[in-house]
Ligand binder design. Structure first.
Ligand code: SF4
Ligand code: FES
Length: 238
């Protein structure tokens, strides 16, 4: 265990744990956008910045990737921290002005809604956090989508920005996206649209509801060796 203080409170944290998890384990909330407990943190959004002091040196670090250290003093709400978070939000609002989530967080933090930086009109709601890419790669095991381009032109999508052939239509990217950028539509009549692809949905043999893309069920069947027929029941009926 290591001993540190967070917002003046003495905290014990497991060696190797991040400042974010140490704070949250002790009921100290730090705002995040790109953090998800099922995935390794990458420190993309910078919402979780905190101020750390040790040996007379103070600096701003990203709490979701910075490890707890013996004797560290952490301030999660200092003036400097608030200013950096506000700047981060102003940049995020400029990148994706349509994102309700970003606007809502900005409002809660008292950020002026008037754009401070030139706003982008064509980026949708994506903050480039990579959660969708990582979920597709390491949770689903498909790697259908990725980030391409650089700087201003960077965006998420299938290879060459075309409909990703490997996509199985599971929608994990939609569920994990913090800003609602990815659009998935089920028509209720057996079809799902996502990433420019249309999937045929399987119908639950008990209740008749369309519940999952057939491609996803085949993928699961191959990966687990469970016969496809045994997977044709929705989670409620199962
Ligand atoms: S689409 Fe959503 S999850 Fe994917 S990088 Fe953009 S904001 Fe993150
Ligand atoms: S939550 Fe830490 S950088 Fe996004």
């Amino acid at each position: 265990m290591v001993n540190l203080t967070i917002d003046g409170r003495h905290i014990q944290a497991e060696e190797g744990s991040t400042l974010l998890s140490a704070a949250r384990a002790n009921g100290i909330e730090i705002p995040t956008l790109c953090h998800h407990e099922a995935l390794m943190p990458t420190g993309s959004c910078r919402m979780c910045v905190v101020e750390v002091s040790k040996g007379g040196r103070t600096r701003i670090v990203t709490s979701c990737i910075y490890l707890a250290e013996e004797g560290l003093q952490v301030n999660t709400k200092s003036q400097r921290v608030q200013e950096v978070r506000k700047l981060v939000l102003q940049l995020l609002m400029a990148r994706c002005p349509e994102s309700e989530v970003v606007r809502e967080v900005a409002k809660e933090m008292g950020v002026n809604p008037e754009p401070r930086f030139k706003t982008s009109k064509d980026k949708g709601k994506c903050i480039l956090c990579r959660l969708c890419v990582k979920a597709c790669e390491s949770i689903v095991g498909v790697s259908a989508i990725g980030l391409s381009g650089r700087g201003q032109t960077k965006k998420v999508g299938g290879p060459f920005m075309e409909a990703p052939q490997a996509c199985i239509g599971c929608g994990s990217c939609v569920y994990i996206c913090p800003t609602g950028h990815i659009v998935m539509e089920d028509d209720g009549k057996g079809h799902r649209e996502i990433w420019g692809k249309t999937f045929n949905m399987a119908q639950c043999r008990t209740c008749g509801r369309y519940f999952a893309p057939l491609e996803q069920l085949s993928f699961i069947s191959k990966a687990t060796k469970v016969p496809l027929e045994s997977l044709m029941v929705c989670t409620s009926c199962r």
